[in-house]
Ligand binder design. Structure first.
Ligand SMILES: C[S@@+](CC[C@H](N)C(=O)[O-])C[C@H]1O[C@@H](n2cnc3c(N)ncnc32)[C@H](O)[C@@H]1O
Length: 182
């Protein structure tokens, strides 16, 4: 797993001539904390991240910094959220926070929209989960790799899917906004 992530970091470092910006919105204690090219976030304040925000607020902050404060557009996003509503609730219970109703309906979509809209063609997302949906075509991404890790010894038995996507076009929503404002 780590090799997949390191390969993506190397790819982006080469492509950006060493200037890449990586984003990890659910960083926990990930190795990316020691990588100066990454901005990290985790809701749980126990983890020593740049931000301890809810995913949507974190994405809004990154978008705002890109659009108004000259932050580089993200080259590489690691997306490793809780994989189910059950896991999400457990995380919230674990840190004594209330899970809001909107989060149970649309766990990550709005944050993905915000982040995707700041990303350039050629940038990449690595998503972890029980599905391979990732950021998806609607946001302008195309799959470039799919890795399946069978969790034989785990109770839930779902395979963990690691999906690598590359941005190939701006999202259809961006074009709609352009047309509407013409
Ligand atoms: C699957 S773990 C991430 C593991 C991490 N990528 C690693 O390699 O160690 C999910 C993390 O998301 C955090 N989290 C849960 N809900 C969140 C939310 N709404 N916004 C941001 N972080 C959240 C949890 O505290 C947890 O550390």
């Amino acid at each position: 797993m780590r090799k997949i992530l390191n390969n993506q970091i190397s790819h982006m470092m080469t492509k950006s001539a060493g200037k890449m910006l990586g984003i990890d919105g659910f960083a926990r204690e990930s190795f990316v904390h020691t990588n100066p090219h990454f901005i990290t976030n985790d809701l749980n304040e126990e983890f020593d991240c740049h931000y301890n925000l809810e995913w949507k607020d974190f994405c809004r902050t990154i978008k705002f910094r890109v659009e108004h404060y000259g932050l580089r557009s993200p080259d590489l996003v690691f997306f490793d959220p809780p994989y189910s509503l059950r896991q999400l609730k457990d995380h919230y219970d674990g840190i004594g926070k209330d899970l809001k109703l909107w989060q149970t309906h649309n766990m990550w979509g709005e944050g993905k929209d915000m982040l995707a809209s700041t990303m350039q063609v050629g940038s990449r997302v690595v998503s972890f989960g029980w599905t391979s949906s990732g950021f998806g075509k609607k946001r302008g991404f195309e799959k470039v790799e799919l890795h399946v890790f069978e969790q034989v010894a785990r109770e839930d038995r779902y395979s963990l899917l690691v999906t690598v996507e590359e941005k190939v076009q701006h999202s259809l929503d961006d074009y709609t906004v352009d047309i509407e404002s013409e």
